[in-house]
Design a protein around this ligand. Sequence first.
Ligand SMILES: O=P(O)(O)OC[C@H]1O[C@H](O)[C@H](O)[C@@H](O)[C@@H]1O
Length: 513
Amino acid sequence: MNAAQVAAEWARVFTLGKARGKIAELFEGDRSRAQRMSRRACGMLYDFSKTALTEESFAALIDLAEAADVTAARDAMFAGEKINTTEGRAVLHTALRAGPDAVIEVDGVDVMPEVRATLARMADFAREVRAGEFTDVVNIGIGGSDLGPAMASLALAPYSDGPRLHFVSNIDGAHIHDVLKGLNAATTLVLVASKTFTTIETMTNAETARRWMAKSVAEPAAHFVAISSAEDKAAAFGIPAGRVFGFEDWVGGRYSVWGPIGLSLMLAIGPEDFAMFLAGAAEMDAHFAQAPLTDNLPVIHALVGLWHHQVCGYKTRAVLPYDQRLSRLPAYLQQLEMESNGKRVSKTGEALSFGSGPIVWGEPGTNGQHAFYQLLHQGTQIVPAEFLVAMQGHEAELAHHHALLVANCFAQSQALMLGRDHDQPQRVFEGNRPSVTMAYEKLTPLMLGRIIALYEHRVFVEGAILGINSFDQFGVELGKALAMALQPLLEGAEAEIDSSTAQLVAFYRESLT
Ligand SMILES: O=P(O)(O)OC[C@H]1O[C@H](O)[C@H](O)[C@@H](O)[C@@H]1O
């Protein structure tokens, strides 16, 4: 990467950004804009015409991506180079979904035989469980060991024909209490999902689940499975190697749904549909690896993101799936995007000259329309919207619902862009509010795999252009460490701490007496 050239390309993009026109006006006299500013690939129509990007500013962003050596960075990731430099790790979640002939080496060793063997073990185990007596599966995990399977199993509910899934993540005892309350221990399988097998929430919940199981089951160990890259720690917890599904440190937590962390999903939808989920992601991987930058969905999605956040200065982005079953997608993407790109320094440790990633938030439509869309349409902050919508639902008998859902989705992007004049100022919609729309036929396992991989690679491209390491997460450490230090104080220990926290601790102690 040539830093001077990257800076020059940024400067050009910023100049074009300042001179950007009104979105609706870009359509005037240009009948082919929608077609030119959209792409069809991987089963998706990706429409970015309702943004202020022009041919010229889009070309400038592509030049920026080229100057930042995105393709070389991408190839290094796929090839298993240790691009997570702060932790000295490769970044190979793509290996978890690579085809049967793939050869991917880390430190000169092909990792694929192990990946395939683990996937085959998962499938065997899933078939056994799906044919057996377990009626309920509880996945205990948090962050990347929760959000992926929780999001995907809800998204793929129409494909679910296995045991019922439940997710326990929070250290708040209310969570495990409420989940276990309705379950019969004798027919419940518990998956303890933790990459490190040290996360306090997961370990505490796992202990509680074990005590609950031991009360009513003669052989509690037969009801536990561990998913971890720390097999020794799983063994120390009492889960034998035969019931541990392992993965390597080159799978980041928030990128881990494709492997053993996805076991709960596989138990619900079965190994065949899980394979389709992987196939969808693999298709997006191949597209990302091969398509020219100007037609490359993850690259375009990233450039649109950078344009809005860095160039236009919009602080947040809203993910608005018009799909009730994608209601956990915004939460999933919050971890994927904000834990990856919410950084203050570059890969080499210098303070960033401009911001890192934006705040990501959202809710499914149409519910959001009746809650926060007021601000999207008339608030003083502009929030670029990302609409996701399937052309078909799964409920054929409710097709009229689906047509209304789609009409609402399309109408919102139209309203955001066009606005409306009115005599009464309160009723004026200024319009000129950008959005992209991702439309696809149906939310199948294949399609969900494509969508999630699209977002993963988008995060990668944004991070590569910003020059940050998207694969570490040191920002989560301090709070964890302070919580461990504070706990003894709640129980009466004394220490010199700031007076605000001391007052809170005192209030806690008073409230318990
Ligand atoms: O899977 P685990 O090791 O239990 O980690 C669970 C989560 O906790 C950490 O705090 C990280 O911020 C997340 O990236 C991770 O997904």
